[in-house]
Design a protein around this ligand. Sequence first.
Ligand code: ATP
Ligand code: MG
Length: 660
Amino acid sequence: MDLDFAQHLNAEQLRAVTADDGPVLVIAAAGTGKTRTLTHRVAWLVLEREVDPRRILLLTFTNRAAAEMLARADRLVGGHVGGLWGGTFHHAANRMLRRHAALLGYGPDYTILDEDDATRLLKACVAELGLKDKKFPKPPVLAGVFGLAANRDVPVEETAKARFASHAVDVDGVLKVHALYGQRKRALNAMDFDDLLVNGLRLLREHEPVLASYQERMLHVLVDEYQDTNKLQSDFVDLIAARHRNLLAVGDDFQSIYSWRGAEVKNILSFRARYPDAQIFKLEENYRSVPDILEVANQIIAGNPEQYQKVLRATRPAAVKPILAKLADGGHQARYVVEKVRRLLESGEVPPGQIAVLYRSHYHSMELQMELARARLDYVLMSGVRFFEQAHVKDVCTLPRLVANPADSLAFARLVEMFPKVGPRKAQNLWKDLGEHLNLRDAAKRAQLAELLPADARSSWQAIEEKLFPTDANDGAVLDRPDELVFRFLEAFYNEFAEDTYENARQRLEDIEELMAFSARYKNTAEFLSEMALLTNLEAEINRNKGQPADAIRLTTIHQAKGLEWQAVIVLWLVDGMFPAARSLEEAADEAEERRLFYVAVTRAKDYLWLCVPRLRKARDGGVMMCAPSRFIDEIDPGLLQIDKAGGFAATPPRWTRWP
Ligand code: ATP
Ligand code: MG
């Protein structure tokens, strides 16, 4: 089959695609066709050079990205890229480890611990070592430290000391947890995500014949988003490519946004030093965005002084200017976004799947998720957990669920397992003893539960019961007001529980406040729950039916939006302290990374871009505070933006009022 490569590519892209064997680096800014070059290189190798696809290794940032690229390459060559190894570093390492696990002392059927499993195991280790002190770092924090150490390939001690420099944390304890966690994983024949990389590399380093076989096999190694590789990953690539030296890396130092997870931009900057004979290609024409959006992107990144400056030239004709939306607060922002999305959809010009809302941190999306739910607009969440599926939201919905359905054993188990000394088995027995039924309106039944619970748990339950039924009148009217029900549950029990359980308890409690406001709109508990269940299942339903992403708008953190593009992009919460994030304002290097993140956000947009700047946000103490617009907004020439004061919208009305 003939493919006219010159027709699909510009001259520089074509040169990179058809380059001779040997190391190749394509370093270029966003939207210049790096990924497209990579895809065409695969097609070129298979079609023109008749390389067996099984001898090509394509490393991408997500497995989805690999699947998409392979599908595209497959279309280009008319089938037959089958057998090509494509996916993330974790994916490739896992594939090798499955074959050779025994060499490292694992069984071939080792399990992979997901984040949740890993956190649970860590929690058990902390408890076993008797370190469960209020000041001792919580499991997710520990996981972060261990992960960073693994990915940077430095000792845990060093990482822990740096991370906890300003806290009085028992670093010895942290090391003990790390050791025990390692033993436990071994005993379970399990690896967490970081172990996949660490062990994958060990496999190659310590077992010469294995290394030799992969080096021989992988005639070509191609890597996308190279700027975000960490030490383990670049070593992995260097090792595998060492024999044939056919390594094609593409990346953009402007878009290096994972240093917090150990990524090292120096991997791309020192490529030439490691491969002195490398051919280097630079792409400068941007095919993605309209000129005004590009102009904004160029200005943003110019604010980062210490970098190899490159410009983006637009190839597309001029269109509408990016919009700076000045909004009252988070609620206003959510309504504004819903309104804009509606208008885009009504125009018929932009399909739902071509609209993306991006944000710095997952929690920035919560108010919008609620507003979309109210507006009955479905959305696909590309990162993080959907609002209604978060642990704390499920926790506080246990009582409403039992009210609506006294036979809901799952809600019951979730409720009592929050109490001290009640685990899954105990919960099961309690449920049996209760006759698999707990009608909260029935005082005798409530008393029976109290009777059955162990002492500590009983006081938790009794505190809740007292709040729900302060007088003995047993009227149960509160049970029909989901917002009030949740509020009293918080006061009696959950506020304290959350503080003890979650590192970001304040955040989670804010979500719950949001949930109460949402639930207050429903006539009764049952109606609220059925609406919620519907919203929770919507996406799963659509995905199940079509086996592909739903045609709905996308919500995602910027980190997860890397490499992707949409016709319309809306960026939320551009205020100092949120974007850039407060933590990053202390160090210049971190601020520079935040700026790159903003650059990534803006360069995802093809045609339309909104930058949202609310003036008020909720403060940690529950009040509100004024916010300063993001410093990054100030760096953009105001003439490049259209200001939308969004005057047609009122600030958010009071959220919800206490029941008289
Ligand atoms: P990012 O840095 O965001 O990952 P990228 O450099 O990988 O971007 P691509 O995603 O490959 O850029 O390309 C951006 C868009 O421009 C895509 O829609 C792509 O199909 C299009 N494009 C790239 N090169 C050309 C070209 N020569 N002719 C037409 N369209 C092109
Ligand atoms: Mg790309």
